[in-house]
Design a protein around this ligand. Structure first.
Ligand SMILES: [Zn+2]
Length: 241
């Protein structure tokens, strides 16, 4: 087996695999993450819509309570007024008048409060309507973008299939043992099994490569591996065109 020739084939295979790796990452990670992010944004809008719905409900209950308070105060005024003419003494009469005045003051205060709550309800309804519109917009946007991204994922798969065919052909040309070493590294080294030595360092992890190792590489007797990242090392000069 000509190890230098095998190395050359592995370098070519690595070019295909790097391209393949990037496409697969894009298809399996980046694109789905985009969809995930859009879904999260849509969920956030829905949660905010829910909080506006709750707020409106709470304000409507407040209004109901104020109206109940108001009508019971009005009832108390009527009751006190009807008692007025049954009173015997001037002192009792005056006291009742005072009571009626105080009840009437409560009534006007409550009327004010009801008006304020009505303003609150109006504001809450406005915010709710805006939130609803936003949710609808986000949902529409999500559906459109999701469809677009799914189309892109399909296109990526087509490219991946084509590249895989090309790769299978290239891999067939490589000695089985070399290929199995290479493929094991591809799996453990983030899609890159072979790295060139640049300025005395591994180009993948920047670990220094000793002069002795460089000599070993030049002999092409066995594959030489990076001490740090374990990738197969090669010298670019040996393969320059
Ligand atoms: Zn390395």
């Amino acid at each position: 087996m000509d190890l230098k020739e095998e190395t050359r084939k592995l370098i070519s295979l690595q070019e295909l695999d790097s391209e393949l790796y990037a496409l697969i990452q894009e298809k399996d990670k980046q694109k789905p993450a985009l969809i995930q992010k859009l879904k999260q944004e849509s969920e956030q809008e829905k949660a905010s819509l829910k909080s506006f719905q709750d707020k409106l409900k709470e304000t409507q209950l407040k209004k109901k309570q104020k109206e109940l308070d108001l009508s019971s105060k009005e009832e108390a005024v009527r009751k006190a007024q009807s008692q007025l003419y049954q009173l015997k003494t001037n002192k009792e009469y005056k006291a009742k008048l005072g009571e009626i005045e105080s009840l009437k003051a409560d009534v006007s205060a409550l009327e004010e409060e009801v008006l304020l709550v009505l303003d609150e309800i109006e504001a809450a309804e406005k915010k709710l309507a805006q939130a609803k519109e936003k949710v609808e917009q986000k949902d529409k946007e999500l559906a459109e973008k999701e469809e677009k991204i799914k189309g892109e994922i399909k296109d990526l798969q087509v490219k991946i299939d084509q590249l895989n065919d090309k790769r299978s052909l290239a891999a067939k040309e490589i000695d089985a043992k070399s290929l199995s070493i290479y493929e094991r590294l591809i799996d453990t080294c983030d899609g890159q099994a072979i790295a060139k030595v640049v300025n005395g360092s591994c180009n993948a992890c920047n670990m220094k490569v000793t002069a002795q190792k460089v000599n070993e590489i030049k002999m092409y007797k066995d594959f030489v591996f990076c001490d740090m990242c374990t990738r197969i090392l090669y010298l670019e000069d040996d393969f320059s065109l």
